[in-house]
Design a protein around this ligand. Structure first.
Ligand code: NAD
Ligand code: ZN
Ligand code: ZN
Length: 369
């Protein structure tokens, strides 16, 4: 149809340079090319990863860039060859694509894809050009999705159609924060009933880990944060103990070993810090414990750990988006949400108009969301 050839002028939040506040600008969004989808954004979450981008932690993402990677919207138009979605469909956009063809997509055990940014940068679309421009300059995409815009263009394999009944302002959280944390417990750790879990960091991701541990039947869930304001929600979601490392004289791993005997069966790092990663590793149970790394430490950071921690049998795993193959899993997660199998609403602390995106990032920095 004709609409497919039109450039759309709309608002977007542009990060012009590292460390600068985002600037809400009028941008041009070019029509989708073959295999691409243009989406009218309806809702987006804010995740720590957006703030990390703004601070320049992503080595392979060029500025200026439109951040945002946790969004839901409605398909406006599709490029040639797109078959899985059509204009008017409600969709969720995600940053670990599922091309369906690479060796990782073909492996049922993996949710990685060779199109993901750890392999090649997702700051331009697969044909190496961008669909965004502003004031005559090309603006880059963020992990392809760039949800801090009224319209965005993504490859078909970075979106999944959702149930038409899904409230987009809630299910946008199924694009990153919730599946990452919940899947860390369910898919990566495969938490067993009756086990003891410890979760470091109680942002949206850590709280979702708590939900996953609870759903898997953990009998003890120890939630750890330096911000005690996070404890009420953690308890509501299933944490049995909430502790603040600053309340103790000794290192937090010693506190946890003291509380559990030989360490927790499963530990999760969702704070994105090197010291909590080391503490999570050290506080999981000797011989049988599993430590899952969820948080993103600063780019280029290195970690030193005692190799005996691993030699003695512990397992140490990472996780991208909770291990879900996103195109396959998002529709199922939406159905589970609609069947009230988990509570996303509790993760929503504030709802702001899009133009207040800097206030949203400020709430994140202040630990209020
Ligand atoms: P957030 O900033 O909302 O939450 C982090 C929490 O950690 C905060 O409550 C903070 O008070 C707490 N914290 C900080 N230092 C701590 C310490 N020393 N001990 C205990 N708690 C501490 O972040 P979020 O949006 O929940 O994301 C969490 C992490 O997960 C980030 O690093 C983010 O980049 C990463 N992430 C990874 C993936 C993935 O695919 N693996 C996906 C999404 C987010
Ligand atoms: Zn995220
Ligand atoms: Zn792939």
């Amino acid at each position: 149809s004709l609409c497919c050839f039109q450039v759309i002028r709309c608002k977007a939040a542009v990060a012009w340079a590292v460390g600068k506040p985002l600037s809400v600008e009028e941008v041009e969004v070019a029509p989708p090319k073959a295999g691409e989808v243009r989406i009218k954004m309806v809702a987006t979450g804010i995740c720590r990863t957006d703030e990390n981008l703004r601070q320049g932690f992503f080595a392979n993402i060029d500025f200026p860039v439109i951040p945002g990677h946790e969004g839901a919207g409605i398909v406006e138009s599709t490029g040639e060859g797109v078959t899985s979605v059509k204009p008017g469909d409600k969709v969720i956009l995600f940053c670990v694509p599922q091309c369906g063809k690479c060796i990782f997509c073909l492996n049922p055990e993996s949710n990685f894809c060779l199109k993901a940014h750890l392999y090649e940068s997702q700051c331009v679309l697969p044909d190496k050009t961008t669909r965004f421009s502003c004031k005559g300059k090309q603006i880059h995409h963020f992990l392809w999705v760039s949800t801090f815009a009224e319209y965005t263009v993504v490859p078909e394999y970075a979106v999944a159609k959702t149930d038409a009944a899904a409230p987009l302002d809630k299910v946008c959280l199924l694009a990153c924060g919730f599946p990452t944390g919940y899947g860390a417990a369910i898919n990566s750790a495969k938490v067993k009933p009756g086990s003891t879990c410890a979760v470091f960091g109680l942002g949206g991701v850590g709280l979702s880990v708590v939900m996953g541990c609870k759903a898997a039947g953990a009998s003890r869930i120890i939630a750890i944060d330096i911000n005690k304001d996070k404890f009420a929600k953690a308890k509501e979601l299933g944490a049995t103990d909430c502790i603040n490392p600053q309340d103790f004289q000794k290192p937090i791993h010693e506190v946890l070993i003291g509380m559990t005997g030989y360490g927790a069966d499963y530990t999760f790092e969702a704070a994105g810090k090197q010291d909590t990663l080391a503490a999570a590793m050290t506080s999981c149970k000797v011989s049988t414990g599993t430590c899952i790394m969820v948080g993103d430490p600063d780019a280029g950071s290195m970690l030193t750990i005692d190799p005996m921690l691993l030699l003695s049998g512990r397992a140490w795993k990472g996780n991208m988006l909770g291990g879900w193959k996103m195109r396959d899993s998002v529709p199922k997660l939406v159905s589970s949400y609609l069947e009230k199998k988990f509570n996303l609403d509790v993760l929503i602390t504030h709802t702001l108009p899009f133009t207040k995106v800097n206030e949203g990032l400020e709430l994140l920095r202040a630990g209020k969301r």
